[in-house]
Design a protein around this ligand. Structure first.
Ligand SMILES: CC(C)(COP(=O)(O)OP(=O)(O)OC[C@H]1O[C@@H](n2cnc3c(N)ncnc32)[C@H](O)[C@@H]1OP(=O)(O)O)[C@@H](O)C(=O)NCCC(=O)NCCS
Length: 148
């Protein structure tokens, strides 16, 4: 997903992008991956820690890339990587990354099963293994499980 930073996305005179706008873009980009994978509606269950490493300014181009890392039963972890491109120089800066958990839901908002994830290469397998560990830590922190 590609966005351009407009003045209305920023905090005013300093012209720096609001963190909340970036979070919305991340939620949409990652949500589309979860919807495409599960072929239906999803809700955001959680967003892991988010660090903004460089300021993003008016006219910058923001490039968001997401992929489903792991599917359990009804939940999916989606990773989203964000880069910022200067339109004048083409310089690309790694800006932030986020891990989001989406739950596939039916028309009544009840969790529904998501299809298993096909792991096509070693990178996919490594991502899935790491996501499974994050899932356990995340649910423990949320007080949802005592073990994996
Ligand atoms: C997410 C939601 C559907 C989960 O419903 P629930 O009744 O807790 O359902 P379950 O306990 O059966 O859990 C369903 C799945 O969600 C996962 N889940 C629940 N809470 C979670 C959390 N805080 N973080 C990560 N995953 C979570 C469970 O691990 C489970 O995954 P699995 O089926 O793959 O094992 C429900 O809490 C909800 O609708 N929340 C509001 C979502 C929303 O409005 N999002 C927008 C925010 S503005």
């Amino acid at each position: 997903m590609t966005q351009i930073v407009m003045p209305g996305h920023t905090n005013g005179p300093a012209g720096v992008l609001f963190g909340g706008v970036m979070m919305q873009w991340i939620d949409v980009c990652a949500g589309v991956s979860a919807m495409r994978h599960s072929r239906g509606g999803v809700v955001t269950a959680s967003i892991d820690r988010l660090d903004f490493m460089v300021p993003v300014r008016v006219s910058d181009i923001v490039i968001l890339k997401s992929q489903v890392n792991f599917v359990r039963n009804t939940s999916m972890e989606v990773g989203c990587r964000v880069e910022t491109e200067c339109p004048n120089t083409g310089e690309v800066r790694y800006t932030t990354k986020a891990y989001l958990t989406f739950v596939a839901v039916d028309n009544e908002g009840r969790p529904r099963k998501a299809p298993p994830l096909e792991l096509l290469n070693e990178d996919d397998k490594k991502r899935a293994e790491q996501a499974a560990l994050r899932r356990v830590r995340r649910l423990q922190a949320a007080g949802k499980i005592n073990n994996g």
